[in-house]
Design a protein around this ligand. Structure first.
Ligand code: CU
Length: 159
């Protein structure tokens, strides 16, 4: 009698744990990798048609640490992630393979810093038009955003 009473709570706990995990797992996966938001994306039209264009945006990551690993767009022959560095009064750009997106933070792609460079943009990408951009991450599923194009020299949505 005593023995069976002692044995009984064990399977019950196991069943409860199994139920708990089956309920929690999809939720935690959703919270972890549905948590990157693209804020205020914008592109700056090239002053000379056909020259490279820059795209800026803010990435907000409310999930775990992640990383921006790639960019694709039908709007240009090639897209790359660039970092700007100011050295001795000269701003240079270099290609970077990824951009870290710390959990609870994110990254800012803004004039003078990191940006997406579009090489050989397709004709007609002038102010007032839009382009489509897909961002790839280490963990998070890809995100496709519509990016409004601003005039050459624009400082973006703050204008
Ligand atoms: Cu660049």
């Amino acid at each position: 009698m005593t023995a069976s009473l002692l044995r009984q709570p064990m399977p019950l706990v196991a069943v409860l744990l199994a139920v708990l995990f089956s309920v929690l797992s999809p939720l935690s996966a959703g919270a972890g990798y549905g948590a990157i938001t693209v804020i205020r994306p914008w592109a700056r039209a090239a002053a000379v048609a056909g020259r490279p264009m820059a795209v800026y945006l803010r990435l907000q990551n409310s999930g775990p640490d992640d990383r921006l690993t790639g960019i694709e767009t039908p709007a240009a022959a090639r897209a790359a992630l660039h970092e700007s560095e100011r050295q001795g009064g000269i701003t240079r750009m270099r290609m970077v393979k990824f951009l870290d997106l710390p959990g609870g933070g994110g990254a800012e792609l803004a004039p003078g810093g990191a940006h997406v460079m579009l090489f050989s943009p397709r004709p007609g990408l002038s102010a007032g038009t839009t382009l489509s951009l897909t961002l790839f991450f280490r963990h998070h599923p890809p995100l496709t955003v519509v990016v409004p194009v601003y005039k050459p020299g624009s400082k973006g949505p703050v204008d």
